[in-house]
Design a protein. Structure first.
Length: 311
């Protein structure tokens, strides 16, 4: 046993000794892809080995996740996991993997609090105004990047909690929904900062809340949902790193520590905080707790909505 431990420790010390693959389960260009590519660059510099980004989009990120779940548990294939990593467990009954039994958590890299925005023509300045408007005029329409995404589910959560009659309009991307919101065909949207910041600063949309407990640097004057008394309305899009189950703990811990070092890099922080990110860099245990909290929040919500894979 002592010999085995010494071999494992030596493997961790020499890791990585060859190129590492980072699988991103999205097409190039989105916020997760941006985070993954910046992180891959910083890890490449730190490890003195290439970190090769491989985009494997499709089926609400399950194609990429399944691919990594079947990879060798040696640390050389990692997955950039985002909210669907947890949410899809409650939507797709026949997945060949589970988040807890098929993967080892490594680190929560960063998260982006969703920003609630409204069309300027709406008589709303904050969340309570929005709730009052939706009660007075049932049928307010909000977009999302698709059924089961965080923007969709946060709309369902708002509607259920405040007993509102809201209409969900799924799009292929958040950007497409924002276009129709700017045009006045929709009423409000909870989206990632990068999707809305230009329109808010240009006066085409009004930011009424940061859906978090802390304000963000790109919208310093926009109060949080917690400040506005709606503590339940907190949501983020986030990026984390996981590896296949069975990856030696020494390697997992080294990867986690190195990711924490990478996200402290000034260039990394500047490039992401300018897009509204909150930089984290967590331990594997902290990431596991994050997943549990997301599971407990969205599992019952998906069930109450009756979300099906075909949606």
């Amino acid at each position: 046993m002592a010999g085995l431990l010494s071999v494992t420790s030596a493997q961790a010390q020499s890791f990585p000794s060859k190129p590492v693959t980072m699988v991103i389960p999205y097409a190039p260009g989105g916020s997760s892809d941006v985070v993954g590519r910046i992180l891959a660059q910083k890890l490449s510099e730190l490890w003195k080995q290439p970190v090769v980004v491989e985009n494997r989009p499709g089926a609400t990120t399950t194609i990429g996740a399944e691919y990594v779940s079947r990879a060798a548990p040696d640390g050389y294939t990692m997955l950039l996991a985002a909210p669907p990593f947890v949410i899809t467990q409650h939507v797709y009954p026949n997945l060949t993997y589970t988040t807890d039994k098929s993967f080892e958590p490594v680190s929560l890299v960063a998260y982006f609090p969703l920003i609630m925005v409204a069309h300027p023509a709406l008589p709303v300045q904050n969340l309570k105004d929005l709730v009052a408007y939706a009660k007075k005029k049932p049928g307010a329409v909000y977009p999302s990047p698709g059924a089961g995404t965080t923007p969709h589910l946060i709309g369902e959560l708002l509607g259920q909690h405040e007993k509102l009659d809201l209409i969900h309009a799924p799009y292929k991307s958040g950007g497409q929904g924002v276009i129709d919101l700017v045009a006045g065909r929709l009423q409000f949207y909870a989206g990632a900062p990068a999707e809305v910041v230009a329109h808010v600063k240009g006066g085409k949309l009004r930011a009424i809340a940061v859906l978090d407990s802390k304000r963000v640097s790109i919208f310093p004057d926009v109060p949080t949902s917690v400040e506005q008394g709606l503590d339940f309305l907190q949501a983020q899009t986030w990026s984390s790193v996981v590896v296949p189950k069975g990856t030696p703990s020494d390697i997992v811990n080294k990867m986690s520590a190195d990711i924490t070092t990478a996200v402290k890099d000034a260039d990394f922080q500047e490039r992401l905080t300018s897009q509204g990110a909150v930089i984290v860099g967590s331990t594997p245990e902290q990431l596991r707790d994050w997943y549990v909290a997301e599971h407990n929040k969205y599992g019952p919500l998906v069930k109450s909505v009756g979300l099906k894979p075909e949606q």
